[in-house]
Design a protein around this ligand. Structure first.
Ligand code: ZN
Length: 344
């Protein structure tokens, strides 16, 4: 068996309240659906442990970690959109520990490892919002850098929201190529991630942002993905690929306005898995955002189908792009800015 998944019952305590868009028992829903579809047997399931404070401090400032700890004792608000329920420090540490544990499995004979409670890309070093407390992506990167001496990390983040926290953390680090596809920040939280943000100093070219206009559908999205992601990955030659496979790009998602369909998640995950096979044989998958409780579970299921290269997966009718020309315009802008760094 070449696939691992990490899961803990306490994952379902990452619950920000009943009137909050985050689905508190999403990890349990995903696991049940995998069981229902007889897919769980394709994975070996591991129980993660909490990240230690030392692990958190590899990425976050001591003041920030203390702040979360205090909030966790009293309950309160991390930001306007992010309530901090009592005990969140432990649960968020467990989520980060899950990404570390899944990363470790890639050095124990597994080629693909999934953390269903991962991909908290809005958490920066010393502040956060967007339902995120600790940036498990960066915590896993730093853990793997220290323990396995990896030199090149590739992050492919397809969540509908820009991964601003991950970008802040790695904006001047050329060992981490951070590629984010998201809805244009002028029309969606967190507002960042334009094509001109390319990384600082000698890390220029190692931050890549593709902001899609609202109304972008599967056809344009997949074409752009094929045009940018495989050539950059092959040229970068990563030691590991971290895939934040958020599915809040789905047309039924209540938080955003892209129009991707179930089959898109299959096709994207399949391409990422193929790229991993071709380059590094190490793929860490963090499931990321998804806020329609039915559509997100089905979309994640298709991510799993793509990772495994299954012949059968869920399909629905494609939705035409509202403005394919606008997408082409952004892509040519991005290609022009990347011209100095990558052959596209
Ligand atoms: Zn998101």
């Amino acid at each position: 068996m070449k696939q691992a998944i990490v899961y803990h019952e306490d994952y379902n305590k990452y619950d920000l309240g009943t009137d909050h868009p985050l689905i508190g028992d999403k990890p349990k829903k995903i696991m049940s659906y995998l069981k229902e579809k007889n897919m769980i047997s394709d994975f070996q399931v591991f129980t993660p442990r909490k990240a230690t404070e030392a692990d958190l401090l590899k990425v976050h400032t001591p003041t920030y970690v203390e702040h979360i700890k205090k909030l966790s004792q009293t309950g309160g608000w991390l930001s306007e959109d992010t309530p901090a329920p009592k005990g969140i420090f432990e649960v968020a540490s467990l989520a980060a520990g899950g990404s570390m544990c899944a990363g470790e499995k890639l050095f124990e004979g597994f080629q693909i490892a999934v953390n269903p409670l991962g991909g908290f890309h809005h958490a920066s070093k010393g502040h956060s919002s967007g339902f995120c407390f600790f940036n498990d992506i960066a915590i896993a990167v730093e853990y793997l850098r220290a323990h396995h001496h990896l030199k090149r990390f590739m992050i492919i983040d397809v969540d509908v929201h820009h991964g601003n926290g991950t970008q802040d953390i790695y904006i001047d680090d050329r060992t981490v190529l951070n590629l984010s596809f998201h809805q244009d920040g002028r029309t969606l939280y967190p507002g960042t991630g334009n094509v001109e943000t390319l990384g600082r100093d000698d890390a220029a070219g190692y931050t890549i942002n593709l902001p899609f206009p609202p109304g972008t559908g599967s056809v344009s999205y997949l074409n752009v993905f094929k045009e940018i992601v495989p050539p950059v990955t092959r040229q970068f030659k990563p030691d590991i690929i971290l895939y934040q496979s958020g599915v809040d790009t789905h047309h039924a998602d209540p938080l955003a306005d892209l129009n991707l369909t179930y089959q898109t998640y299959y096709l994207l995950a399949k391409q990422v898995a193929d790229l991993s096979k071709e380059t590094c044989q190490k793929l860490l998958v963090l499931l990321g955002g998804g806020y329609n409780s039915i559509a997100c579970v089905k979309s994640y299921y298709n991510v799993f189908c793509g990772l495994l290269g299954k012949q059968e997966y869920l399909e629905e009718e494609d939705i035409p792009d509202t403005d394919p020309e606008a997408v082409r315009h952004v892509v040519s802008q991005l290609k022009a800015s990347l011209n100095e760094y990558w052959m596209l």
